[in-house]
Ligand binder design. Structure first.
Ligand SMILES: CC(=O)N[C@H]1[C@@H](OP(=O)(O)OP(=O)(O)OC[C@H]2O[C@@H](n3ccc(=O)[nH]c3=O)[C@H](O)[C@@H]2O)O[C@H](CO)[C@@H](O)[C@@H]1O
Ligand SMILES: C=C(OP(=O)(O)O)C(=O)O
Length: 417
């Protein structure tokens, strides 16, 4: 298993370009199952989850062609079974359920895996699809769904689930009549998915608000589409600049979508200069960084996917900070590992109290999930000595060329195969 070594304690200087968004690419790739002609996607990041999705699409019968960040998918003849081996590593694989039911009227999808950050049920996805006319059975770890043509209906989500909103949004595009999704998630990746579907011929209104209205159509056509940049990758590199007290310019940065993150970093005393039009954020040398309070929340709140990274920054900030995690019940796996590096963190239920220390010291640590891995890389960049991060395959699910990008701005980071 690969491990990463990070020799910390040096400020980073230079420019990092943000890659395409993982969490926008995944549902958009799954939506290709519903398009009757070849579709070309640009700016798709080269990541483990993307490659798993491409294998899944091929298994489902799509023709897939990958050339760097450009991916062509043609779903001329598809079949309904998504097997355990492809689905187990990736939560987003559940997103083929809505498209398969909409196109084929049947689906057999293994219950998904993904990051170990909570129990992550898919009940809201199934409840919504049932309301549209599908019925489900669980057999040997597989969700088996059948339906005649899905019917538009009014769906209220008990929680604004991102994946649930995406699955239902896709299914509703080919359903009969109007579907209303209420208390829908408002994440930018949902807007990107909706924009993609609209270009393909779907009739969608209200995406980006909590009420999305979809008029079903008979057919969606193949298109060319550029995926949005990754806001979580961008936020992670902002913290890389801040935690090393360096100066990093982040280009192709989805500035508006990072409002909560930038606001919180500024509140901590991180100096930034923001150019929304040019999509550039500059992190300037900031010596007086303070602990603050952060509560994760659905968009436009502070993203849970940035919680571990901002915690790493608070570990070396002045004074105390508090982080409350409200989205996932088990997303503090990084805490014990940060403590191994010398951080002072007390956990109580969904809340972490972080007392800043003047420095961290490198140590061997274990990555438990994607963003936990990112927080350990960040802490390693700030720590004195060498941090050895095990199980970096988690990191490869979500950060394209992370060693190259960080080395380019002066980090000492290398991978041992
Ligand atoms: C591939 C992708 O885009 N992943 C993102 C997506 O995950 P994902 O789509 O899995 O996240 P959800 O918004 O669905 O989950 C949020 C909360 O709702 C609960 N829930 C969800 C569905 C359901 O049917 N029942 C239920 O109880 C989950 O257990 C969790 O506690 O949004 C999360 C929240 O912003 C991010 O952390 C993930 O990076
Ligand atoms: C939790 C994440 O991914 P997934 O939902 O695919 O597990 C993430 O991107 O931080």
């Amino acid at each position: 298993m690969d491990k990463l070594l990070v020799e910390g304690g040096r400020p980073l200087y230079g420019e990092i370009q943000v890659s395409g968004s993982k969490n926008a690419s995944l549902p958009i790739l799954m939506a290709c199952l519903m398009l009757s002609q070849e579709t070309t996607l640009y700016n798709v990041p080269n990541l483990r989850d993307i490659n798993t999705t491409l294998k899944l699409l091929e298994y489902l019968g799509c023709k897939v062609n990958k050339n760097r960040g450009i991916i062509k998918v043609c779903a001329s003849k598809i079949q309904p079974e998504a097997p355990y081996d492809l689905v187990r590593t990736m939560r987003a694989s559940i997103l083929c359920l809505g498209p398969l039911l909409a196109v084929l009227g049947k689906a057999k999808v293994a219950l998904p895996g993904g990051c170990a950050i909570g129990s992550r049920p898919v009940d809201l996805h199934l409840k919504g699809l049932e309301k549209m006319g599908a019925s489900f059975q669980l057999e040997q770890g597989y969700i088996i769904g059948t339906c005649s043509k899905l019917k538009g209906t009014h769906i209220y989500f008990d929680f604004p689930t991102v994946g649930g909103t995406e699955n239902l949004l896709m299914a509703a595009c080919l359903a009969e009549g109007e579907t209303i999704l209420e208390n829908a998630a408002k994440e930018p990746e949902i807007i990107d998915l909706a924009n993609f579907l609209i270009e393909a011929g779907a009739k969608i209104q209200g995406h980006g608000t909590s009420i999305i209205k979809i008029q079903g159509v008979n057919k969606l056509k193949g298109i060319k589409y550029e995926v949005m940049p990754d806001r979580i990758e961008a936020g992670t590199y902002m913290i890389a600049g801040a935690i090393t007290r360096g100066e990093i310019t982040i280009t192709n940065c989805p500035v508006e979508e990072l409002d909560a993150v930038i606001t919180k970093l500024k509140e901590m005393g991180v100096k930034c200069s923001v150019d929304s039009e040019k999509k550039i954020v500059q992190i300037l040398e900031s010596t007086d960084i303070q602990g603050i309070d952060v509560i994760t929340a659905p968009y436009p709140g502070f993203p849970t996917d940035m919680q571990a990274q901002i915690m790493a920054l608070m570990c070396v900030a002045k004074g105390s900070g508090m982080i409350k995690e409200t989205i996932f019940e088990n997303r503090f796996m990084h805490v014990l590992e940060l403590v191994r590096l010398g951080a002072n963190i007390k956990l109580s239920g969904d809340t972490a109290l972080i007392r800043g220390v003047s420095f961290l010291r490198g140590a061997p640590v274990m990555a438990s999930d994607l963003r936990a891995s990112a927080s350990l890389v960040l802490a390693g960049l700030a720590a004195r000595g060498v941090t050895e991060i095990h199980r970096v395959y988690h990191l490869d699910r979500g950060y394209e060329k992370i060693e190259q990008k960080l080395s380019k701005v002066g980090a000492k980071i290398w991978r041992i195969k």
